[in-house]
Design a protein around this ligand. Structure first.
Ligand SMILES: [Zn+2]
Length: 270
């Protein structure tokens, strides 16, 4: 039986506590078999790599600089990132992107950091995880400067269906987070109903993107989203799509495996 795959979380985040072993035990008990753990700044990179080295079957690392931390990038960061990625062939790139919801850092600071990560993902053929909030025009302009890699994930996708269709043609996949189960976010849920089902992934974005109370099976204080809430979030999406929870689990598992490049090695011809 395929397990649940969390396409995007931040297991190394101190808000989830200092004991990843306990967190991961709860995740495994909930049927989660794998997750992509995303760094958000340089100082995270080694924490994420340490986690994946200790649990190589469970943690897929992604290394990047989030737009909120674009101003923290230090001299030589691209070379260091490239070097780490070459040493860790299973690692993706992320979380990176563009965000106009925050005032600082400004898009002028965010854009060059994002462009470098797009270029690296294309050069090394790694999956790229993109955060885009209220910056759809800027994303389009970024792709005009640096074409996207052949596959990239729009994580917690909250854009329009029209934008999704354009992005899908460029290689986009889309992950759904529990925050979209709030009734006020029904527009985002409706977009997922209309997306091609073979491009949908599921994520918690833990410790962020807390789902509504009914979908919280692992409560934590202070609005922290526990990564073991993933199957409950999957139940919410399954109901919206009119499929069973097992069908949703199998669909998002096989989509994630294809996105992560584990099932698409071309057949060898003699
Ligand atoms: Zn995230």
């Amino acid at each position: 039986m395929p397990g649940w795959i969390d396409a995007h979380n931040h297991l190394h985040d101190p808000r989830l506590g200092s004991d990843p072993g306990t967190l991961i035990l709860s995740m495994r008990e909930a049927g989660i078999t794998r997750c992509v753990v995303n760094a958000t700044r340089e100082e995270d990179w080694h924490h994420v790599l340490d986690l994946s080295s200790s649990l190589p079957d469970f943690v897929i690392p992604a290394l990047g600089i989030h737009p909120w931390h674009a101003h923290t990038a230090t001299r030589g960061w691209v070379e260091r990132l490239k070097c780490l990625l070459e040493n860790y062939p299973a690692a993706g790139i992320g979380e990176c992107g563009l965000d106009r919801w925050v005032d600082t850092p400004t898009l002028d600071t965010q854009l060059p950091i994002f462009l470098q990560q797009i270029r690296l993902a294309r050069q090394l053929d790694r999956p790229l995880t993109i955060h885009c909030l209220k910056a759809w025009g800027a994303l389009d302009e970024a792709f005009a400067i640096e074409p996207p890699p052949r596959r990239f994930l729009m994580h917690s996708y909250g854009g329009s269906l029209e934008t999704a269709r354009i992005l899908a043609k460029q290689g986009a996949w889309f992950s759904f987070s529990g925050y979209f189960l709030h009734p006020r976010k029904s527009a985002a849920l409706n977009v997922f109903r209309a997306l091609p089902s073979d491009k949908i992934l599921l994520e918690t974005d833990a410790p962020d993107m807390l789902p509504p109370t009914g979908f919280i099976h692992h409560p934590m204080p202070d609005g922290i989203n526990h990564p073991a809430n993933l199957p409950a979030i999957g139940q919410g999406l399954a109901d919206a799509l009119g499929i069973t929870i097992a069908e949703l689990r199998d669909l998002t598992n096989s989509n994630a495996e294809r996105f992560l490049g584990r099932q698409n090695s071309p057949p060898h011809h003699g």
